[in-house]
Design a protein around this ligand. Structure first.
Ligand code: CMX
Length: 440
């Protein structure tokens, strides 16, 4: 059967042709207007960038090459003995638009495991970081440092044809994805468990099976399956979100995949984006501390706590979204996971998430500010990690960072395969805006 690279090479020409046709025959057509509110409002709603791997519908949520999350749960091969989607299956779908066979997924797992060890140089750099450096800072620095052996950068320096770019971007991306679990696990060990040795990579395990094992959860089937699902679901969320947009922007300068993804990770580390799962847990624990979390907690107590948060000027973490206007299907998939796992039935923190979900949309509607009073995926993701015993919440966004590489790097390969140019929007000053309005 075909490898990932062969499958990708097979689908690229058709998409190159599609882009050529769009440029030649429809280049002058309009996709919308640019309003002043778009320019001063964080470019919200502007259809101004190309993203190939996934699309986000405001109501139905994310689709990966047209496949919804429930579709993916039906179609994508899990790990041997597991039930949840795994990173390799999602990566294959994101990159090629095709559903892999179980044998193709197994081959990819083995290929990633064979390339999963950190170069000594990188391990030494990471080991020298002060233990209190934020784990996301460490992850971004570790990823950036790995560019010392970027095939893309070396080939560019030597001089290659533009049509060849994607092959080098692909090789770098695969190597980076393969090594992320070892890098992320090393950061975890150094920060929180310096005396526990890291187990070696098991060539028979999938990427996240190995990650779970290196984090110390190899024997915890619930946690390993949760990590698989979490990492597959967080892989991509179309192009406009901060991490995806950053990888795409930095990559457009032909910075190599390591540098592009390191930049994306700095964006993921912001509290309005990837750090939200850490913020949710902090907020949930503070609520639990104040009102408890057992069956005795009433909806009124949670409502009061929500109002207290809002009146203090804070946002309710885990609720609202820049694009989505209905409950996030990723949140729903995680809730389904909670409902089918007996160990989560009596988990105080998971029960508190559920109870909060029942009242928070009503409170946020009454508050009247957010365009979407529904939960996003972060409303529950960190709480599940906490339940399974990973209580160091500063680390949570690192797991998100291992996941988001799947989408950001798939798109980066496509950016080069499609020959997309340097991204360079035109900025305007406020005086220029006023002058343009007068002229219109
Ligand atoms: N609690 C309270 N107020 C909220 C809110 C929430 N959860 N979500 C939005 N608002 C407020 C905004 O702060 C904004 O107020 P101002 O006008 O005073 O600035 C107003 O409602 C309108 O915001 P919006 O258009 O609905 O949302 P944005 O696109 O500006 O922001 C997001 C989206 C996610 C940053 C915002 O909803 C938020 O801060 N949520 C909490 C943090 C969070 O859960 N982030 C995770 C996002 C998931 C992801 O990255 O994938």
């Amino acid at each position: 059967s075909k490898s990932l690279e062969e499958t990708l090479a097979g689908v690229i020409p058709e998409k190159q042709e599609q882009l050529k046709n769009l440029r030649l025959n429809h280049g002058g057509e309009k996709l919308g207007d640019v309003k002043v509110e778009n320019v001063i409002g964080g470019m919200r709603g502007l259809k101004a960038m190309l993203w190939h791997c996934s699309a986000l519908d405001p109501n139905t949520g994310i689709r990966f090459h047209g496949h919804t999350i429930p579709d993916c749960q039906k179609l994508l091969p899990p790990a041997p003995g597991g039930k949840e989607i795994i990173a390799e299956s999602m990566l294959w779908l994101l990159l090629t638009g095709e559903v892999p066979s179980p044998a193709q997924v197994r081959d990819l797992s083995r290929q990633l495991a064979e390339n999963g060890d950190l170069p000594k140089k990188i391990a030494d750099i990471v080991d020298a970081f002060p233990r209190d450096l934020h784990p996301m800072t460490q992850l971004s620095m570790g990823v950036a440092a790995m560019n010392f052996e970027s095939e893309f950068a070396a080939a560019y320096e030597k001089g290659i044809k533009k049509t060849e770019y994607w092959k080098y971007a692909f090789n770098d991306s695969m190597k980076l994805i393969a090594r992320l679990p070892a890098l992320a696990a090393r950061i975890y060990k150094n920060a929180y468990h310096p005396d526990t040795p890291l187990p070696p990579i098991n060539k028979d395990l999938d990427l996240v099976g190995n990650y779970s094992n290196m984090l110390g959860y190899g024997d915890n089937e619930g946690m390993t399956e949760y990590l698989r699902l979490y990492i597959a679901l967080h892989g991509d969320h179309e192009g406009g979100n901060v991490s995806a947009h950053t990888a795409h922007l930095v990559g457009s300068a032909l910075s190599d995949p390591y540098l592009s993804y390191a930049a994306a990770l700095c964006g993921l580390a912001g509290p309005l984006h990837g750090l939200a799962n850490q913020e949710v847990l902090r907020w949930m624990l503070a609520m639990q501390n104040e009102i408890g979390s057992g069956t005795e907690v009433t909806p009124e107590q949670i409502k009061d706590y929500l109002w207290k948060t809002l009146k203090s000027g804070s946002v309710v973490p885990g609720y609202g979204h820049g694009v989505l206007r209905d409950p996030d299907p990723r949140f729903i998939a995680l809730q389904d996971f909670c409902d089918k796992r007996p160990e989560l039935e009596s988990s105080p923190i998971i029960q508190l998430v559920k109870k909060t979900y029942q009242v928070a949309p009503g409170v946020l509607r009454e508050h009247g500010k957010t365009k979407n009073p529904n939960p996003n995926v972060d409303a529950t993701s960190g709480c599940l990690l906490y339940h399974y015993g990973l209580t160091e919440f500063k680390y949570y966004t690192v797991i998100f960072g291992v996941s988001r590489a799947l989408g950001c790097l798939s798109q980066l390969v496509w950016d080069r395969a499609l020959g997309l140019p340097l991204e360079r929007p035109k900025s305007v000053t406020m005086d220029e805006i006023e002058a343009l309005i007068k002229k219109a």
